[in-house]
Design a binder for this molecule. Structure first.
Ligand code: GDP
Length: 310
């Protein structure tokens, strides 16, 4: 089945990079994400952040190399999803939600099995890698050993003939967080130059990040807009579910009317709960959406039945 996902090159505009944080368990992924989110919130507001969706954007201020002043504002979207799973599923359908994978390695432990796995997944998905050597504040941190282990995975900095950026961080103290965000912006502007583009004018399509049901609002779905602009009232087809977008909330829990490329939004209005990684499209007619959704439903049901067939 073909959905119109063709984009007109003339209409492409820059869009924020989409970043996933991956690495071995306990190496600091969650703490790092919390830090990054806090770094973007005005002082005094920090305690009051309510995380509504598992994806959010920060506006990072990059230093002007001439004056040293932070003037250039650059948005970055972070996905707060379990990295590995997302990558394998996405790869199965040949789509990538992520542009940059931050591989977190604790300098205390060094490279561990899940670090290697994360690198393999990022490479297979053909996304850019930025390395964060974390926990550099810890007394037993061994940054040199960790670096050597990473070089052995062929992750090489430019002074060794590679092009991978290494940043030393402490998610605990906040050290290096700004440098990590700088590295992500550099990665976007240099190594992904000309690739982070989207047409904001076309009907939206993208990927569902999660779906669930609440007693008050019914079906809720966090979707990531990848192309086009999603608007309230649009007819959304998401996997085998469809409906008119009744409301949209941004990552701050604020109601919004429309969402452009690289924006994660929480939508209501779907008739059923979609799966994480379901692609979504905006379609013209409710009847078209119903027909495709029904065909998919039937196909899913047959697949399930076949699984139990003798
Ligand atoms: P995750 O499993 O990768 O998400 O790891 P967490 O973010 O949950 O961190 C695991 C543990 O390491 C927690 O106890 C954190 O407080 C601690 N931790 C995370 N980052 C740092 C760091 O930079 N320095 C130190 N010393 N501890 C850290």
């Amino acid at each position: 089945e073909q959905m119109a996902t063709n984009v007109d090159p003339e209409k492409l505009r820059p869009r924020p990079p989409i970043v996933t944080i991956m690495g071995h368990v306990d190496h600091g992924k969650t703490t790092l994400l919390d830090r990054i989110r806090q770094s973007n919130v005005a002082a005094g507001e920090v305690g009051g952040i309510t995380q509504v969706i598992r994806a959010w954007s920060v506006m990072h201020k990059v230093k002007d190399p001439e004056t040293g002043e932070k003037v250039i504002e650059s948005p970055i979207t972070f996905l707060d999803t379990p990295g590995h799973e997302a990558f394998t599923k996405m790869r199965a359908r040949g789509a990538n939600v992520t542009d940059i994978a931050v591989i977190v390695v604790a300098a205390t432990d060094g490279v561990m099995p899940q670090t290697e796995e994360a690198v393999a997944h990022a490479r297979a998905a053909d996304v850019r890698i930025v390395v964060a050597i974390n926990k550099v504040d810890a007394p037993n941190a061994n940054v040199d050993r960790t670096r050597r282990q990473l070089y052995n995975l062929s992750l090489l900095p430019d002074n060794m003939g590679g092009d991978v950026q290494f940043v030393e961080t402490s998610a605990l103290t906040g050290q290096g967080i700004d440098d990590l965000l700088d590295a992500i912006v550099i990665e976007s502007e240099i190594n992904l130059a000309g690739e982070l583009l989207a047409d904001p004018a076309r009907p939206a399509f993208g990927t569902c990040l999660e779906g669930y049901m609440t007693a008050d609002e019914g079906v809720m779905a966090t979707v990531l807009v990848q192309q086009g602009t999603l608007k309230k009232g649009d007819i959304l087809l998401c996997g085998a579910n469809y409906g008119r977008v009744r409301s949209m909330q941004n990552d701050q829990g604020v109601n919004i009317e429309e969402a452009g490329p690289s924006t994660p939004v929480l939508v209501t209005g779907l008739g059923g709960v979609p799966n994480a990684d379901d692609p979504f499209y905006v379609v013209e007619e409710l009847t078209t959406a119903a027909k495709i959704a029904e065909a998919r439903e039937t196909k899913d049901r047959e697949k399930t039945l076949n699984r139990f067939a003798p």
